[in-house]
Write a protein that binds this ligand. Structure first.
Ligand code: ATP
Ligand code: MG
Length: 421
């Protein structure tokens, strides 16, 4: 019978690669911790309305990319296409915004988008995101940008390009939207069909469209930075000054509007200049919390696409290997090896033994493949004497030890007792 394959646009993580994921996640944990951000976890699916309201119903995500289904109770549910809407929902539902502010959160989640699968673009992928609620200060924009950058740096990633822009507030945007509408109306026939529909409701969305003809048109469109109100202009300028003050270089890109409807003022993206793909992106969203039923509360955040980090990380460190492989010859020795391994594991020692009834030679081959640091062979002689040679596979040195004396064996394996010939 033919095997069933994973759905298109999804990825498996294989046993030899999972440590790389744990490495990235642990770097995320550490980065978040240095700035006082706490992890949150939330459901994989939410009521569809959370995303139509939170992400915005003129966005690509809501219009084309959501995995929406009706559950058996007839409710419309959607697999999360991003984390911000859920993070806000979680905060509102649990009263977190009535507590200590600013509220600083982060998450590590899988998300689902019916995107066109290709390198760096999947239908299920992973995001690591950080969110900050309650702060309007330009330092908070700069903090989030600097944390995204610190996360990349802590992973050893250098050389991404930071692009920033301000897309203003609803006040200054109204006038800008009119200017855009006028511009694109004059080029109506050149717009893609999706963007024709966006022209009246949200012409800024056209600037983020990926169809080549719209990208070409967008080049000469009016620029938001010429329409910013005084408050937005000052805020933008203060964000840039704050970035300068901590040595973060950036490129201003007045065409950067981002794919989500809820952004206000600062938006940013870290681009991998080799692939041209964004590895992390975010912005301020001062209207979102109110849109989702909370009191007017400012917010800012970013999300990093974890799959896109992989080709950029120079060194994932090493996967863990067994501390000891205990080989055995014959049933009585196999029993002793099994018991010793079980006892060592209670001390946190990574111990393996034969489960395949293999020859000693084959067992040692297996031990070598696993990269076991120490090995021991228990046979009739060792059983009789109660002692076996513990071999350090790095130095080749051995020491005799009572393999039933678990404290002593543990100390040897933890390098607390030094082996010398
Ligand atoms: P893009 O313009 O590449 O489609 P986006 O604007 O849709 O990105 P965001 O919604 O800002 O992306 O999501 C944050 C990050 O998630 C992106 O910067 C990117 O690194 C990653 N990402 C987005 N879509 C995908 C995908 N389909 N597969 C893998 N990673 C993705
Ligand atoms: Mg997208």
């Amino acid at each position: 019978m033919a095997i069933i394959k994973a759905p298109r646009g999804t990825n498996d993580v294989l046993p030899q690669d999972s440590y790389k994921w744990r490495y990235i996640e642990s770097v995320a944990d550490k980065t978040a911790e240095t700035a006082g951000y706490k992890e949150i976890r939330f459901p994989t699916f939410e009521e569809t309305e959370l995303f139509t309201r939170g992400v915005g119903d003129t966005t690509d995500i809501v219009q084309k990319e959501m995995y929406t289904f009706e559950d058996k109770g007839g409710r419309s549910m959607t697999l999360r296409p991003e984390g911000t809407a859920s993070a806000v929902r979680l905060s509102l539902e649990n009263g977190l915004l009535g507590g200590t502010l600013p509220l600083k959160l982060y998450y590590k989640i899988n998300v689902f988008r019916y995107d066109k699968p290709q390198a760096g673009r999947y239908r299920e992928f992973n995001q690591i995101g950080m969110e900050l609620y309650g702060a309007t200060s330009p330092f908070s924009d700069a903090e989030l940008i600097s944390l995204a950058k610190l996360f990349l740096e802590n992973l050893g990633i250098e050389g991404t390009l930071l692009k920033i822009n301000s897309i203003g507030c609803p006040k200054c945007r109204a006038e800008y939207q009119n200017a855009l509408r006028e511009y694109f109306t004059a080029h109506l026939n050149e717009l893609c069909d999706t963007c024709k529909g966006r022209l009246q409701r949200n012409p800024m969305r056209i600037l983020d469209c990926k169809s080549p003809q719209d990208i070409a048109l967008a080049k000469n469109a009016p620029k938001i930075t010429d329409y910013l109100c005084e408050e937005c202009r000052e805020h933008y300028s203060a964000v840039k000054t704050a970035l300068d003050s901590v040595g973060i270089s950036y490129e201003e890109d007045s065409g950067l509007v981002r794919g989500l409807d809820y952004y206000t003022k600062t938006v940013f993206e870290f681009i991998d200049t080799n692939s041209g793909l964004a590895v992390a992106a975010g912005g301020r969203y001062d209207g979102l919390i109110e849109e989702l039923g909370g009191k007017p509360t400012p917010g800012i955040g970013f999300a990093c696409g974890v799959e896109r980090l992989f080709p950029l990380i120079p060194d994932f460190g090493k996967d863990t290997a067994p501390d000891i492989y205990i080989a055995s010859m014959g049933p009585a020795a196999a029993k002793a090896a099994f018991e010793t391994a079980a006892a060592l594991r209670k001390n946190g020692i990574k111990a393996e033994t034969d489960l395949m009834s293999r020859s000693v030679k084959a067992q040692m081959k297996y031990a070598d493949k696993t990269g076991a640091r120490f090995t021991a062979v228990i046979g009739d002689e060792e059983l009789e004497k109660g002692a076996a040679d513990i071999r350090d596979m790095e130095s080749g040195e051995t020491v005799k030890a009572d393999f039933r004396n678990i404290p002593e064996l543990t100390a040897i394996l933890k390098n607390e007792i030094h082996i010398c010939d």
